[in-house]
Design a binder for this molecule. Structure first.
Ligand code: ACO
Length: 328
């Protein structure tokens, strides 16, 4: 069976950068607290009118350029996002139209921060069935539109950005996706939610509360579940890839909190210099963290031929996932 390969990556984020010092001016917070508790120094925040496809399309174009394919070659577009331009058409269909990817079919995966890794899993399964396809997996969010700037406990954490990757089972070049594993627990969904944009609390309801449009998170609880589940799913991904934990040479973790990242590095006995971290300049871009980090790690030379790379992610739902890639 021909392996699934990642043949190109790309990423894009809003130009507007908001520093911790900028936040100090609009809420009761400070750079020291944010840096010590999270590792974040600044984040990209969309300006009014900027939307998911403004970043998804350039990220997709970069990934396709690296993969050496055109939009017309795409068979499928999967968008992992909570924040498509519109609820209907989907983010995937918006991206398809803007790229002129007329041969593809497109859809969204709603798995919060785990959306990109969920997309990788769907693409991998599809490629086992028909390896000659070209699949674009996009992950990212303009999550700032759901940030309550009065809630310092969540507002300082998030930023906007989108990443993308092209996957195929055709050809001999590209980085081999050895395994992808997913998990979720809907019973704990209340720990991290946006209540107000579904059918349970429609905007047309008489008692609609605009505050329900914001992300609410029980940070401490999420912290514990994030570590436990990312560790477990990562071991499962390594096992199914047929490798021992000692063989992992680089980690690309979800960028939600530097303390979580450091705990993961310790658990897997990988020194921090071999763990990719860009949280300081992006914050948590939700489904964007993994593909943006993957793209920057690839382009910046952090990933080298022969690396055995672990991706691991956790997000609302609750959802989580991990993947192992052999870098070529
Ligand atoms: N500035 C200053 N003080 C603050 C701020 C802030 N921005 N936010 C909270 N505080 C205060 C609190 O009010 C509290 O004060 P008190 O002790 O007087 O009551 C104190 O700081 C400690 O607050 P905690 O919430 O207990 O702080 P904690 O150390 O748990 O850090 C954090 C909070 C950073 C949110 C952490 O819990 C965390 O990272 N959780 C995990 C987040 C995560 O992994 N999310 C992943 C999924 S995201 C997705 O899917 C979209």
């Amino acid at each position: 069976m021909s392996p699934t390969r990642i043949t190109g990556t790309g990423s894009a984020a809003p130009r507007n950068v908001v520093t911790n010092q900028d936040l100090e001016k609009i809420m009761d917070t400070n750079d020291e607290w944010i840096t010590q508790r999270t590792g974040i120094k600044s984040r990209h925040i969309a300006l009014p009118g900027e939307k998911f496809s403004d970043f998804a399309v350039p990220a997709a174009r970069q990934a396709m350029a690296l993969a050496g394919i055109d939009a017309a070659d795409l068979d499928m577009i999967i968008c992992g996002t909570l924040t498509p331009d519109t609820r209907m058409p989907s983010g995937g269909c918006c991206v398809q139209a803007l790229l002129d990817a007329d041969r593809a079919f497109a859809f969204d995966v709603c798995a919060a921060c785990s959306g990109f890794v969920y997309g990788l899993s769907i693409a991998d399964r599809e490629l086992r069935f028909r390896p000659d396809q070209q699949i674009l997996v996009v992950g990212g969010d303009v999550v700032s539109h759901h940030v309550d700037w009065r809630d310092r406990a969540t507002a300082v954490l998030f930023g906007d950005g989108v990443g993308a990757a092209v996957l195929t089972g055709a050809g001999e070049t590209g980085h081999r996706l050895l395994s992808v594993e997913l998990g979720s627990n809907g019973k704990l969904g209340e720990l991290l939610n946006i209540r107000g944009i579904g059918s349970a609390a429609p905007v047309t309801a008489k008692d609609y509360d605009p505050d329900d449009n914001y992300i609410r998170m029980q940070g401490r609880e999420i912290f514990k579940h994030a570590i436990k589940n990312m560790v477990e799913i990562s071991y499962r991904a390594m096992k199914n890839a047929g490798i021992e934990p000692e063989q992992i040479t680089k980690i690309i973790p979800h960028q939600a909190n530097l303390r979580i990242i450091e705990m993961l590095a310790k658990q897997f006995r990988v020194p921090m210099e071999r763990v990719f971290v860009n949280i300081q300049s992006y914050g948590n871009t939700s489904a964007g963290t993994i593909p943006i980090a993957l793209d920057e790690a690839a382009r910046g030379g952090f990933l080298e031929p022969g690396d055995m790379v672990l991706l691991t992610v956790f997000g609302g739902g609750l959802t989580w996932g991990a993947a192992v890639i052999e870098w070529e």
